[in-house]
Design a protein around this ligand. Structure first.
Ligand code: FAD
Ligand code: MLT
Ligand code: ZN
Length: 482
């Protein structure tokens, strides 16, 4: 185990991988489903997207069916082998990679789109299907995804469900607790739990599928998902506004909601520092606005009548300019321009990562306090970091506070944490709005959840996974084996 940032972690009392174990896996899977070459095969699976957490697994298993997942977990549970489920490995909290030598279960070969029904809007998909691939198929059926995020080219629907991913359309379609109609999950003991309902309404007892949404691979491995998908909008428009104060950002949000109503599908904030980072690091062109502004809002509408939607967005722009809420604004004239504007928002994470070490915070805060935390941190950190910036899902009250430095510095970290969590907690916000807790945020769960809630979460974990083989060291502080 090489990640020096977590020296306090102790390996659980799990079995070490033996030739006998390997022999079993090789007997139930084909050779290309069992990867053991540490340098050529395993290195990418052992390190996270941020390159901040590294495990030392010696085995990646790539099941193709729910039954294979069941057989693997049944064996691991009986043999006391720890398992780390992995989707597209785009998670941002160190949840998708092993901490020690957990066996990695990669869902990448389970990528079939099983069925898509335009009339009901229901798609049934294997968990390892990459989000962008699913979107392409849905578009052919006049449907679209209820979620969208910058990682769509690599992340998988199962990983999205396991993290309850939010993203840039949540404002319009809500989160996966609403869009997932059913799922199949394999429990730690190998039992297959079939909750693959396609009913929109089903009040027969507890809604167990909800437990797996956002459980980050700690309660079961999701193998199939039934997703409710909205109709593909035939008219999508994107506006980009330059704004000179945060009060006016809030006013823009209020007026956009009021005037765009049902067609508003995204309202994202980008501050000046984030825009500067994405344009300079990735050599992208800034939008054609008269000036630089402390804040930018990217607005998207999705509807079914281009004339009607354009009229609404244009009159909003006119009104905002006239009453001085925004100083300048542009509306994309075609899909290329729209994509270029979205790129400026969606590639901020990548741009920040290319700048050096990133201290990444993903918080929910009351909307009026949305940007205060960035100002507070800038004043607190002074010249220590390269940059301290804020962007995110304004319409959902979800701020991404990011701080970068040339390399990891414990001095900087100690100035940020736990201060940042304490600040969020005092606003009764959430220390992880959409990325989950994984390994990196697990020690801060109680800044958002009450001790009683955490106690009952631990009891649920014990019930579903008594031997704690599924993604140990994640979500909960300490070890569950203690
Ligand atoms: P992984 O990273 O592989 O895994 C994430 C967690 O889920 C791990 O704990 C893993 O053990 C578990 N897991 C994965 N698959 C399964 C399964 N089938 N069954 C059980 N457990 C499983 N997140 C947002 O919410 N909103 C955003 O806008 C957003 N944008 C992003 C942009 C970029 C550029 C990047 C790199 C990440 C972004 N994320 C965002 C983070 C987000 O969590 C992931 O992109 C995505 O949801 C994870 O999917 P994945 O398939 O990569 O899962
Ligand atoms: C985003 O909204 O861009 C993602 O959640 C990634 C990030 O927080 O940087
Ligand atoms: Zn986000």
């Amino acid at each position: 185990f090489t990640a020096v940032r977590y020296p306090y972690l102790k390996r659980g009392n799990y079995s070490f991988l033996s030739d006998r174990h390997l022999g079993f896996f090789q007997s139930i899977l084909s050779p290309h489903q069992v990867l053991t070459d540490e340098i050529n095969d395993l290195s990418g699976y052992n390190v996270d997207w941020m390159h901040s957490v590294r495990g030392s697994s010696r085995l990646v298993l790539r099941p193709k069916t729910t039954e294979e997942v069941g057989a693997i977990l049944q064996y691991c549970n009986a043999q006391n082998i720890a398992v780390c489920p992995q989707g597209g490995n785009t998670g941002l909290v160190g949840g998708s990679v092993p901490v020690f030598d957990e066996v990695i279960m990669s869902l990448g070969l389970m990528d079939a789109v099983i069925s898509v029904d335009e009339l009901s809007g229901i798609a049934i998909v294997q968990a390892g299907c990459v989000l962008e691939k699913l979107e392409t198929i849905l578009h052919l059926n006049n449907l679209t995804l209820p979620l969208d995020l910058g990682a769509k080219g690599s992340c998988q629907i199962g990983g999205n469900v396991a993290t309850n991913a939010g993203g840039i359309r949540l404002l319009r379609y809500g989160n996966l607790h609403g869009s997932v109609l059913g799922l199949t999950a394999v429990l730690a003991n190998g039992q297959i739990m079939d909750c693959l309902s396609t009913n929109k309404k089903d009040n027969t007892g507890y809604d167990l599928k909800q437990l797996f949404i956002g459980s980050e691979g700690t309660l079961g491995v999701v193998t199939q998902v039934a997703l409710h998908c909205p109709s593909k909008p035939t008219s999508v428009q994107v506006g980009f506004f330059g704004i000179n104060s945060f009060d006016n950002v809030l006013e823009t949000l209020r007026l956009s909601k009021q005037n765009l109503g049902e067609i508003l599908s995204s309202c994202e904030l980008i501050d000046q520092s984030s825009l500067e980072c994405v344009t300079s690091q990735l050599k992208l062109k800034s939008p054609d606005l008269v000036n630089h502004f402390p804040f930018y809002i990217l607005l998207e509408t999705s509807g079914s009548n281009a004339d009607h939607d354009a009229e609404k967005l244009n009159s909003l722009l006119e009104m905002l300019l006239k009453n001085g809420t925004i100083v300048d604004g542009t509306i994309a004239v075609d899909s290329t321009q729209a994509t270029n504007l979205w790129t400026l928002r969606e590639r901020i994470a990548e741009a920040l990562a290319s700048e050096g070490y990133v201290y990444k915070y993903d918080v929910s805060v009351p909307i009026r306090q949305f940007y205060q935390l960035v100002d507070v941190m800038r004043a607190r950190l002074e010249k220590l970091p390269i940059r301290c910036c804020g962007y995110g899902h304004l319409g959902d009250g979800n701020l991404h506070l990011n701080i970068t430095s040339q390399e990891y510095s414990s001095e900087l970290l100690n100035k940020i944490e736990p201060f940042v969590y304490d600040w969020v907690s005092r606003q009764r916000g959430s220390v992880s709005a959409e990325h989950g807790l994984g390994l990196k945020k697990r020690d801060y769960i109680e800044y958002t959840k009450s001790p009683t809630s955490v106690h009952w979460m631990r009891r649920m974990k014990k019930l579903f996974d008594p031997n704690n083989i599924l993604n140990p060291y994640k979500i909960f502080p300490g070890t569950l084996n203690e």
